[in-house]
Design a binder for this molecule. Sequence first.
Ligand code: GUN
Length: 301
Amino acid sequence: MAATVIDGTQVAADVVETVKRETAKLVKDTGVVPGIAVVIVGEDPASQVYVRSKGKRAEECGFKSVTHRLDASTAEADLLALIAELNADPSIHGILVQLPLPKQIDEGKVIQEIAPEKDVDGFHFINVGKLGTGELETAYVPCTPAGSMVLIRRTLGKSDLSGLNAVVVGRSNIVGKPMANLLLAANATVTIAHSRTRDLPALARTADILVAAVGRPEMIKADWIKPGACVIDVGINRIDAPELGEGKTRLVGDVAYGECAAVAGSITPVPRGVGPMTIAMLMANTLTGACRAAGVEPPAY
Ligand code: GUN
C-alpha cells in the first residue's frame, strides 16, 4: 500500500490558526500582545527571504513584529548592544537572530547573550539543557524538530511513543540532537546515526520512526525503510534538474521520495513537508513566551 503523504502545509496552517485564535484570546484576557524581534545582519538573499516570511506570518498572527536590518559590516559589540536592548524590552517576547552571521561576529557568543526566556530558536545553553533534562514546560524547543514532532504526533495519532524505535540520521545541534531528545521525552527508543555509523541501512530498517536530517540529496533509499514506518524528511537540497530544461533546478529531501513512499506507512514530501512547520513553530514559540510572561498556560499543538 502506498504511504500516507504527510501534508506539512496543511498542519502548519492549522498551527498558525491556533496561534491566531489563542493570541486574540490572550490580548482580550490580559492585554499582552505577543512581540517578536527578528535581527538580520547583511544581505544574504536566502536569509532575506526567510526574514520577510517570518515578519509577514507574525503580523498575520496578530503579533507586534519588528525587524532590525543591520549592515554586513556591523561590529559584534553593536549587535550585542541591540540584543541587550531587546532583552530589556517588555513588549518583546521572542528574539531571533537570523543565522549565518558575517564572519567578524561570533555566532555562539551572540546566541548566549539572548535572554533564555526570549530565545524562541531554542539555541541558548539553558534551553538546550532544559530539553536534555526533560524540562519541556519551561524550555523553548528549536522550531524544525518541534514541527517534526507535531507531524509525528498527528500522523501516528498519539503523543506517547512507548515501544517504538526511532532513528535520527544526523547529529546537528539545530535538528538531530534536539529531535532525538524530543523523541526520547515522548518515550521512543532512540538511536542517533551519522556519517560514522556502521551499516546505516540496517540500522535505519529498525526504525518505526525515521528522521532524516543530513543534507545529502536522496541518500535514504527504499531498502533502508521498515515497511509501514513513519518517515520524516528534514532535508532541503537544491539539485540540478536538466529534465526540466537547461539550467533548471529542483528541491529534494534526504530521502529518495518515490521509492521510499512505496515502502513507508507515512512520509513527508519535499517541499511542503517539514519546511512549512518551521515558521509555524516560531510563531507558536513566540506565543508561548507571551503566555509565560502573562502567567497563562500556553496552547499545545
Ligand atoms: N538560519 C537558518 N535556519 C535558521 C533558524 O532556524 N534560526 C535562525 N536564527 N537562523 C536560521
